[in-house]
Design a protein around this ligand. Sequence first.
Ligand code: HEC
Length: 97
Amino acid sequence: MSSTLTKLSALICCMLTTGAYADLETGRELHEENCIECHMMDDHTALYTRADRKVDSLHRLGGQVSACTQILNITWFPEEERDVVEYLNTEYYHFSN
Ligand code: HEC
């Protein structure tokens, strides 16, 4: 009985951990599929890390991602949009708020 419980909690723990990674992974994939072709020069990092980049807070990053999806007529779920924001923030912007 107690070993079942242990297995169960290990399983739940695994699911939670994978979930946290899945967000960024989803964000990366969505970004790769939808966002690279027209920004991006040879190296899309350049847009997000240029000295005069427009986005200067997490709030504005969310706004810019929304704006770009609207221009493109992409219909993402709010969670998908959030995943992409998280991905860009983790990878390039590093805002804490
Ligand atoms: C139709 C072309 C196009 C596509 C596709 C596109 N964008 Fe953009 N995006 C732009 C342009 C142009 C700029 C630069 C605007 C400027 O510099 O005035 C930009 C800028 C940005 C910036 C701000 C960069 C900075 O200065 O800090 C972010 C963030 C961004 N886009 C996110 C996205 C995301 C996420 C997607 C995918 C949903 C996407 N974009 C797809 C055209 C596009």
